[in-house]
Design a protein around this ligand. Structure first.
Ligand code: NDP
Length: 331
């Protein structure tokens, strides 16, 4: 039998294990033109929370009682498709199933000799490309500028900060534990880092570590953390709105201090984006990321949880900050 994880109910507030259900199905039969895939690694990502709600967004919501899906690395077990052979590894958007068939559309062949397979869900996948394009296309950081990154110890943030260092910026990270703060400085080379959970006055703390103000803010979290960075933004500063995880479980749109006067007074730019906007430039992003990785200029970190049955918990744990770097489930 084949194990599948389906969306059992739409979460209200923080997702619960009961929002997911494990079901067993017959093993899929292979048809002409298809490949049979065995799941090896599953990516759990904060944006999946949005897809669990019945709300219009840039990707359609998951359907109730249907399989969940996300970025997956899988092995080709059998092939009736000339583009793939048994033993190939692929990555792409696939279902949370132990085994599944595919016609191979939108699947990328990946090579475990170039990088460990899980990297294709992180630094060489969606989160690495998000970091690269958000920072370079919207932030346009210049040598000597100050870059602040929220969610800094996560999959996107840890790469953003390191790219900032490669491009010659002074980099400050914001994260939720002392261990993460230490890791940002000692492992990823951030110049300073702040624990937002133990710092009473974040606006003051940011002003102290950014004596020349903030030129570029890469925002992964939104909410009060961002309010305190906005208050320190420099003239012609750039605010890259990548994510707002602090609000993903809110049941109404949270109100906060208004950002307009900071933007006007400082002639600052604030722009949201989704990584797919840059799909035609992905090869360029991959080239830089893989080169920096092979040169040791980018350090990649992941939290690997083992076992298909632990996918829902690993996803829920993102909202508790249990991951350092990219959260991945190994099957
Ligand atoms: P992470 O690896 O950063 O994991 C989530 C982290 O968010 C946790 O580890 C936790 O770290 C932090 N967090 C959780 N709850 C809160 C909260 N209430 N306030 C502040 N921080 C919180 O995830 P990703 O790197 O994959 O994603 C980062 C952000 O980027 C997300 O918002 C995601 O939706 C967004 N994103 C956007 C994309 C786009 O195309 N625009 C593409 C990919 C991701 P801590 O311990 O520090 O609290």
């Amino acid at each position: 039998m084949n194990k599948t994880i389906i969306l059992n109910s739409r979460p209200v507030g923080k997702p619960q294990l009961s929002d997911f259900k494990f079901v067993e199905e017959e093993m899929p039969a292979l048809k002409e033109g298809e490949i049979l895939l065995k799941t090896k690694f599953v990516s759990v990502d904060p944006y999946l929370r949005g897809r669990m709600s019945d709300a219009k967004s840039y990707v359609p919501p998951f359907e109730l009682q249907k399989a969940m899906s996300s970025g997956v690395v899988a092995e080709v077990l059998e092939s009736q498709n000339e583009k793939f052979k048994k033993g190939d590894f692929v990555s792409g958007m696939l279902n949370w199933k132990e085994f599944q068939t595919s016609i191979g559309e939108n699947l990328l062949k990946i090579d475990d000799k170039i990088a460990p397979l899980s990297n294709y869900l992180g630094v060489l996948g969606m989160t690495g490309l998000t970091a690269y394009f958000g920072l370079t296309e919207i932030g346009k950081p210049q040598k000597g500028e100050t870059l602040v990154v929220s969610g800094a110890a996560g999959a996107v943030g840890s790469i953003v900060g390191q790219i900032g260092k490669i491009l010659g910026c002074r980099v400050i990270g914001i994260a939720g534990t002392d261990e993460k703060v230490e890791m940002l400085k000692s492992k990823f080379g951030f110049d300073e880092a702040i624990n937002y959970k133990t710092t009473e006055n974040m606006t003051k703390a940011i002003a102290e570590v950014c004596p020349d103000g903030v030129d570029v803010y890469f925002d992964n979290v939104g909410g009060t953390i961002s309010d305190s960075v906005h208050a320190n933004i420099n003239r012609l500063g750039r605010i890259i709105v990548c994510g707002a995880i602090s609000a993903y479980n809110d049941t109404s749109v949270p109100q906060g201090p208004r950002v307009e006067h900071f933007l006007i007074r400082k002639s600052a730019l604030m722009q949201g984006f989704i990584v797919g906007n840059y799909a035609d430039k992905f090869p360029e992003g991959m080239k830089h990321l893989s080169q920096w990785l092979s040169e040791g200029k980018l350090i990649y970190s992941e939290t690997i949880v083992e076992g298909f049955e632990n996918i829902p918990q690993a996803f829920i744990d993102l909202f508790e900050g249990k991951n350092k770097g990219k959260m991945i489930v190994k099957i």
